[in-house]
Design a protein around this ligand. Structure first.
Ligand code: NAP
Length: 308
C-alpha cells in the first residue's frame, strides 16, 4: 500500500514526488514518458535559475525524486478506482497498485489529425517533435503542418537542415507570433501552403509523399516529401478519470488553488488540469501544492482512523 500514487513523470509529477517523499510518504510514480513535454525543449530560458536543455533539467528532477526515495516505474495506467478510500491503479500489463491517495499529473498528448498514414508512419517519416527529429532530414524535403508557434519554430529549425520545407496551415492567418512569420518568409527554401489541409500520408516502409487539399480551389495534389511534422498543438486526455473527478469541456481536470479535485484523496497538477498557462515552472509549482495537499489528506485520514 502506497501513501500516494502519482500518475505522470513530467515536472508536475516529479515535483509532487519530491514533496511527498520529503514528508516521508511512501510514493510511487507511474509514467510512460519521464520528463514529459519539457524533454522536447532544446533550450530553456524561462525556468528561473536554469538555462539549458529541457532534457538536462528533467534528468535533475528525476534524480532528485529518486534520491528522496520515490519509486519510479514505467507503465500505462488503464484504470483508477476508489474502493472505500483505497485507490486501485491498474496498468495495461495487468499490474495493480494500491494507494491511500492519487495525484493526476499525466499532462497532454500531441493532437492527432486523423488522416490515413498518420499512425502507420509515426516515427517512420511522421513526427510530432521537430526539436527531437529534425536532424534526420539533412538535405531532404519535409512538410510542417500547423499555424501556431510550434509549427513556426519547427519551420525555422528545419529550414537550416532540410533542402526544402513546406509550411502548411489550414487558414490564411497564423496563430503564432507575427515576428516569427516575418523571419520565415525571408527563408528561400520555405514554401507556404495556406488554406490547405492534409488528406493522406503515403509511403512504403517510410513516408514518400503527402496528399493535400487546397480549400479554396477544392483541388488535391500530392507533394513528394520524406518527413511530415505535425505541429498542431496538444490536448488533454483525461477520459481515464472522468468517472472519478470533474472535468471541464476540454477534458481538463478541475482543481482548486491547492490541487484538490472534486474527489477526496485525488489531487491533480500541471497540464492535465484547468490551469490556463501550460508551462514547466507552473507545472512544478502545482506539483508541489498537490504533493503537500496529498500529505495533509493522508495524515488527516490516519488521525480519523485512529479516532474511530
Ligand atoms: P497552438 O497554438 O494550439 O496551434 C496549433 C495550430 O495547429 C493552429 O494553427 C491550428 O490551426 C492548427 N491545427 C489544429 N488542429 C489542426 C488540424 N486537425 N489540422 C490542421 N491544423 C490544425 O499549438 P502550438 O503551436 O503547439 O502552441 C501551444 C502553446 O505553446 C501556444 O501558447 C504557443 O504560443 C506556445 N509555444 C511557445 C513557443 C515559444 O517558444 N514561445 C514555442 C512553441 C509553442 P488554427 O490556427 O486554424 O486553429
Amino acid at each position: 500500500m502506497y501513501d500516494v500514487i502519482i500518475i505522470g513523470g513530467g515536472p508536475a509529477g516529479l515535483t509532487a514526488a519530491i514533496y511527498t517523499c520529503r514528508k516521508q510518504l511512501k510514493t510511487l510514480v507511474i509514467s510512460m514518458n519521464y520528463g514529459g513535454q519539457t524533454m522536447m525543449a532544446s533550450h530553456m530560458e524561462n525556468y528561473p535559475g536554469y538555462e539549458g536543455s529541457g532534457l538536462k533539467l528533467m534528468e535533475h528532477f528525476q534524480k532528485q525524486a529518486k534520491d528522496f526515495g520515490a519509486k519510479l516505474i514505467d507503465g500505462k495506467v488503464v484504470t483508477v478506482d476508489d474502493n472505500n478510500g483505497v485507490f486501485t491503479v491498474k496498468l495495461s500489463e495487468g499490474d495493480v497498485f494500491k494507494g491511500k491517495s492519487v495525484i493526476l499529473a499525466f499532462g497532454k498528448v500531441p493532437r492527432s489529425i486523423g488522416i490515413s498514414g498518420e499512425d502507420k508512419f509515426l516515427g517512420k517519416g511522421v513526427h510530432v517533435c521537430a526539436t527531437c527529429d529534425a536532424p534526420m532530414y539533412q538535405d531532404k524535403e519535409v512538410l510542417v503542418v500547423g499555424g501556431g508557434n510550434s509549427a513556426l519554430h519547427a519551420v525555422q529549425l528545419l529550414s537550416g537542415i532540410a533542402s526544402k520545407v513546406y509550411l502548411m496551415h489550414r487558414r490564411d492567418e497564423f496563430r503564432g507570433d507575427e515576428l516569427l512569420v516575418k523571419k520565415i518568409k525571408k527563408k528561400k527554401n520555405v514554401e507556404f501552403l495556406l488554406s490547405h489541409l492534409p488528406k493522406e500520408i503515403k509511403g512504403d516502409t517510410f513516408v514518400n509523399s503527402i496528399v493535400v487539399l487546397d480549400r479554396k480551389t477544392q483541388k488535391t495534389k500530392e507533394i513528394k516529401v520524406e518527413g511530415v511534422f505535425l505541429e498542431i498543438g496538444y490536448e488533454v486526455k483525461a477520459d481515464l478519470v472522468k468517472h472519478l473527478v470533474d472535468l471541464n469541456d476540454k477534458m481538463e481536470v478541475k482543481i482548486n488553488s491547492v490541487g484538490e479535485t472534486s474527489h477526496r484523496g485525488v489531487f491533480a497538477a500541471g497540464d492535465v488540469t484547468t490551469t490556463r498557462y501550460k508551462q514547466t515552472v507552473i507545472a512544478a509549482g502545482e506539483g508541489a501544492k498537490a504533493g503537500l495537499s496529498a500529505y495533509s489528506y493522508v495524515k488527516q485520514t490516519e488521525v480519523d482512523t485512529d479516532i474511530s
